[in-house]
Design a binder for this molecule. Structure first.
Ligand code: ADP
Ligand code: MG
Length: 249
């Protein structure tokens, strides 16, 4: 049974004359890792806002567990590129902000807090205010903050694009560890083809104006170290994906 389903979704911003995305279909299973890739301005963030329930489609349906998405919910967590952390709160306070606001007792989320602090390497920083941390550490806080709600669907909107290569690779590994640990589904948005190939079991390519689905690919190179050389099949796959991203329609 699918966790999330988009059926023929289109959207136009109320203040805009142009449709941003059109006829988008997508099915996401439980414990699946889907990457949405495409050039800038094709409606990737718009799509994510629709799935999150911040906006409602002009046409079509967004369904989670067969129910129509009516508005934002802790069940669909988002990590933004700019993170939107509270700089003066500590690492632990930032991470626990959501469950605290939901009125949950500390005893219900503290075991997971400790686990997330450990998994993300933030244990030693837990009482430090967030403004003191490096960009990479802040991104870890943002990820842990989204995970503490245990959302069945976690979404990342170009979350790692501002990081240096080394830190980005660390975050990729961390994300995969959390995904295995929490057994959730993840949708990660990126404009980076290599990030898409490393993180996506399936890769949804969006392009054009309005943005439409150019392809949905099963990715044989998911979670593989391509630095050791994967040969001609890999190069062909990457070229094919690049062509789909760059194609104009
Ligand atoms: P992406 O995330 O792929 O870069 P976006 O979803 O941000 O693309 O934007 C898709 C299209 O919608 C773009 O043409 C953009 O100009 C337009 N758009 C985005 N946000 C707004 C807005 N708040 N009002 C009007 N148009 C918008
Ligand atoms: Mg965007």
């Amino acid at each position: 049974m699918s966790l999330l389903e988009l059926r023929d979704v289109s959207y136009r911003y109320p203040e805009s004359q142009e449709v941003s995305i059109e006829h988008v279909d997508l099915t996401v299973d439980a414990h699946a890792l889907t990457v949405i890739v495409g050039p800038s301005g094709v409606g990737k963030s718009t799509l994510l806002n629709l799935i999150a329930g911040y906006t409602t489609p002009l046409n079509g349906q967004v369904l989670m567990n067969q129910q129509r998405v009516q508005g934002p919910s802790w069940q669909r967590g988002i990590v933004f590129q700019d993170m939107a952390l509270y700089p003066w709160l500590t690492v632990a306070q930032n991470i626990c902000f959501g469950p605290k606001m939901r009125g949950l007792a500390a005893t219900t989320y503290e075991p997971l807090l400790t686990e997330l602090l450990t998994e993300t390497g933030l244990l030693a920083f837990q009482d430090q205010p967030v403004y003191e941390l490096s960009g990479g550490l802040k991104q870890r806080v943002a990820l842990a903050r989204a995970c503490i709600n245990q959302p069945p669907l976690l979404m990342l909107d170009e979350s790692f694009s501002a990081l240096d290569n080394y830190t980005r690779n660390e975050m990729h590994q961390l994300l995969l560890n959390l995904w295995r640990r929490l057994e959730n589904s993840i949708i990660a948005i990126t404009h980076d083809i290599d990030e898409a190939i490393f993180l996506g079991q399936r890769i949804l390519v969006i392009n054009g104006k309005p943005g439409t689905v150019a392809a949905m690919l099963d990715n044989p190179y998911f979670n593989q170290d391509v630095t050791t050389g994967l040969g001609t099949d890999y190069v062909a796959f990457r070229q094919k994906l690049l062509g789909l991203i760059e194609q104009t329609n």
